[in-house]
Design a protein around this ligand. Sequence first.
Ligand SMILES: Nc1ncnc2c1ncn2[C@@H]1O[C@H](COP(=O)(O)OP(=O)(O)O)[C@@H](O)[C@H]1O
Ligand SMILES: [Mg+2]
Length: 268
Amino acid sequence: MSSDYIPAISVQDIGKTFPRNNEESLIVLSSVSFDVAQGEFVGLIGPSGCGKTTLLRIICGFEKPDGGIVLIDGLPQDKPHRNALMLFQDFNQLFPWKTVLQNINHPLMATGFIKNKNKAKANALKRIEDVGLTGFENSYPHELSGGMKQRAAFARALALKPRVLSLDEPFASLDSITRRTLQELTRRVCEKYGVTVFFVTHSVEEAVIMADRIIVMKANPGQIERVFKNPCRESKDEAKRADFAREIQARLLEGVHENYGEITCAAE
Ligand SMILES: Nc1ncnc2c1ncn2[C@@H]1O[C@H](COP(=O)(O)OP(=O)(O)O)[C@@H](O)[C@H]1O
Ligand SMILES: [Mg+2]
């Protein structure tokens, strides 16, 4: 790697503490550091409450860390900017009173990213095609399924040509077939446009399907437990995938046991 290599995301020694009423403040993140290469897909997995969403919010500039710095393409990301956008699990990310096309067009015009109305529309229509929503340009969100709403939210983010997309469990509320389709679509479209993806998931299976590398976090305080390179993202060898998934699951459980002690069944 040459010395002028700039990672897409560089998270450097991030710490975050939230105050709590009449109680000791909560250290959510402590000394979190990692890089994500240009065009890489990195999955983040960890127990509930370990600070995953907080970390994504810091990466996208929605939340300020107490210490440390986040660089996107080598530049400090200390406020929201279209170069690092975030998508959520929630199906209600669209304006309900705007059509799919209007939802995608709106931020293009409102941010001044594209000033010409016809150019904005042409860009929006291309992104609609990318996510497989052609024919639904004039539909309102209430006329779409959950998966279609997620596709529209994805198209809206893509239209702003972000360098980085942060996904906070965006497929968690979908049925398994739609989830699989959208995992593949996200991977394919982001690869096509060279968008770097950093995603949070609860699902080891999803991480193995989508990620080039998988970061396992532990809680109290949220810290990186281990980083795995995914040896079987494109492998069709189910046994190899299952072994790798078990290794990650074991690491996750170890982190949980450290926090809460061994978990035993009442019947044992
Ligand atoms: N704005 C906030 N104020 C106070 N506490 C917060 C705030 N946001 C998150 N927390 C707390 O920080 C911890 C981590 O939250 P979060 O990042 O949402 O975890 P995760 O996404 O891993 O489930 C939780 O204990 C949560 O209650
Ligand atoms: Mg979360």
